[in-house]
Structure formats: C-alpha cells, structure tokens
Ligand binder design. Sequence first.
Ligand SMILES: [Zn+2]
Length: 467
Amino acid sequence: MPTTNPYLELDQKIVGDIYTSTEPMALLTTLCDDFGSRFGGTEGASLAADLLEEKFASYGLANVHKDAYDYDGWYRGEAALEILSPVEREVPCISLPYCPAAEVEGDLVFVDEGIEKDFEKEKGRLAESIVISRSGGIHRMEKYDRAILYDANGFIFQNHYPGYGAVTGTVGWNHEAVIPGIGVSYETGEFLHRLSRQNGAVRVRIKTTDEYRPTTAWNIVGELRGKTHPDEVIIVGCHYDGHDITQGANDPLSGMVVVTEMARVLSAYAKDGLARTVRFIAWSNEEVGLFGAYHDAQGLGDNLAHVRFVWNLDSAGNPGGRKGIQLHRLPDFESFIENAAEEMGQDIAVGQGISCYSDHYPYFLRGLPTGSITTVGRPPGRGFGHTAFDTVDKTDVMSIREAAALGARLVIRQLNAESLPLELRDAEEVERLLKEDSGLEQHRLREAVYEKLGKENLRQYCDAVRK
Ligand SMILES: [Zn+2]
C-alpha cells in the first residue's frame, strides 16, 4: 500500500510557493551587491542585520529581535611577503583573519596538504621555518595548528585552485592567532615552489599589520510559537557574514536565504498549526570563529532539554548536486528522515558525520542534536568559496529552492511529530566524540596547542614569537 502523506495539502502550498518565489534571490542580491561581505565590524554587517530583522518581522514571526554581543573584532591591515633569497622580491599575499600584527622570517618548507605525514616528513626542518601548505583535503585550521606544534614561525596558505586569487579563512578561532598566517594564490605558491626546486633554500619574511578592536555584533532571531508544546524548540539557522574579501554569495547566503524562505512559508501556511516552536536565527561572525553561535548556545542556559534540534543551514543552497541531509552522529534519527521521505514520495540521502567548522559546533558541545542540509555529489573542496569569486552570479536559484522546500517540509514534520527520537547527549558522550570522532581532529590539535603553549600564555607567546 502506498504511504499516505498527511501533509499533502500543506506540501503543495509550500513547494508551489517556494518554486515560484523571487524573494530569496532578491534578498541575496541586496545582501551581496548593496552590503558587500557583511564581515564582522563592517557597515554592511550592521545593514544586513537591520534588513534581516525587517524581513523576519515582515514574514510575521514573533519575538523578532537583534541579540547583541561584544567580541574582539579583527581588522585587516596591509600584509607583505618578501623573498629574501635566492632573489629579492615581494609577492602578493593577504593576512588570514585573526592574524596578529607581526614580522617573522624563515626558510620555506612545503608540506603539501598538511596532513600529519607531510609534517613528519619535514620534521627536522620545521623549527623556525615558514610553512607553506595548499588548500584542499583537510581543513586549513588543522594545517595551521600543526605548523604551531612543529614550531614554525609563520604559515602560508596556498590556494590549490588556479585562477581564483588568494584564499582566505580564519586562523584564530576565538582569539588572536598564534603565528602569522597569510593566503596566496595558486600561482604565487607555484612560483615559490619553482624557486625552491631550482635553488634549494628560499628565505622569506612575512610582515602583517592587522588590528583588534572591541566590536559589537548581532544575531537576528524570530519565532513561530508552537500551540501544544510551545516550550519545545527547533532552531533553524545560518550565518550571514561572509569573508571580508568576498560577497559570500554561496557561503553563507545560499543557506541564509533558505532560512528566510523557510520562515516565510512556514509563517504563511502553517503558523497556527505548529505543535512545537521553531526559532529562526541569522548567526553573525561564523567565518572568524563561530562567535554568534557560541553566544547563542551559551545563552540557552542550563535547561537545554527543551531545544530538540539545531539545523545549521550554512551554504545549504550551494550549486552542484542534489540536496541531502547530514546528521551529526545521530543514527537513531535516520528513520525519522526516511519516514518523511516516504511521505514526500522522494529519496533523501542521509549521511552521518560531524565537524568543528560551522555554527552547529557550539550547540553540539552542549550536547544538542544537530544536522545540516548538504549538496550530494558536489565535488569536494571549496572551489571559488572563501575567495573574491563567490559572487551572486555563481548562485543557483533552483538549488536554493530545492533546499528551502526540503528544509520546510522536514521541519514541519519535526515540529508536529508526536515524539522525536532525539535526546540531549551527556557530557561524557560529547567528550568521547571529541576524543574519537575522525571529523573532530581540529579539537584535538587545538587542545595540543593549548597544552604546548598554555592557553593563558597565548598572548605572551604571540608577543615573543614576533621578536
Ligand atoms: Zn559558511
């Protein structure tokens, strides 16, 4: 017997509306073309916060507000990469966010993708060197933290994609970075490689002039209140800040406008029939260290059991594949998605895995069940992401619509399900995953960095390493 769909009428309204709506692309275009990167501390970030608040209110959400917090803002300065020998020349580079102002020198050591094996191979040459690693494979932070653990003086991050200029990405994550980190284009990195192959040792100097200033940022929050279990909450969020060198059209905005679309259609068609509460959040400052999500996760207080799930829809509308679901190590919840897929009469690919690198992580640390919408079949790696080329023209409205329709239909089912096979993890279980899960290597490397330097001594260390 075919499965009946108790939400058929609602699904038809929601899907029909989403697939004929021009709202998300109009919003995405304004956020990019009018407000720029929306990087923390810029005027665009403040204008974007205002506009998102206005949108949430215009969709009829309740309790719409900006949740402000202060943090240590990072402000880009001029950066220089000087080759000292065998030739004297300056090549283009940019500071990576949370790079300290510094001047360091060393011989270049190439560590390929920067996995442990690559560092081990060069072990004898790494002390006081300048490490250069290319993007791709593992996350930048793992390469950077290994450079610290192997006593390098500085870190160069080479884009592994030709033609996309320098690649960026934070090296600080919640505090000033330990050693200077800079980004260079594929072509600049290849030039340095050639120089090294032809001449042996290449000595370079990195000069950075970045600044830190106390800064205010805002998460934007709005809710649709549940009727029967208003105290049980599903959080649906995405960050709205991009890196300062880019429009961040796909990362994050292709996901941000999925969140606003979900808010719009759930409010329009389901507002009075929701059992649980759904809270929509536009997180700030993800790119530089998940500041907005940490602020919100901490603000949930001690009574966490009322938060039943957190959706992180970062970049959910990315082009390049079909939409699927990534559950962050929640095998018991898979059957819920499978049942929903049956009702909806479609396949939904479900994966299991967790990383430290986006806004679900602070909630995961508190034991909350989290998940995301992924793009299945998309080639690995960021492509033009985190470069100046993640622009409006690279977005795909059909991918955004697919993600919004999938997200809205799943969340309605989550909000109204009689019971949800989801539980808070206890601290021991979180600790076990932090110790063992292959996706959480960054946590273990960062712990090793703190152990090596002493977390409270980081600032003194930063001053010392700068000579
Ligand atoms: Zn992102």
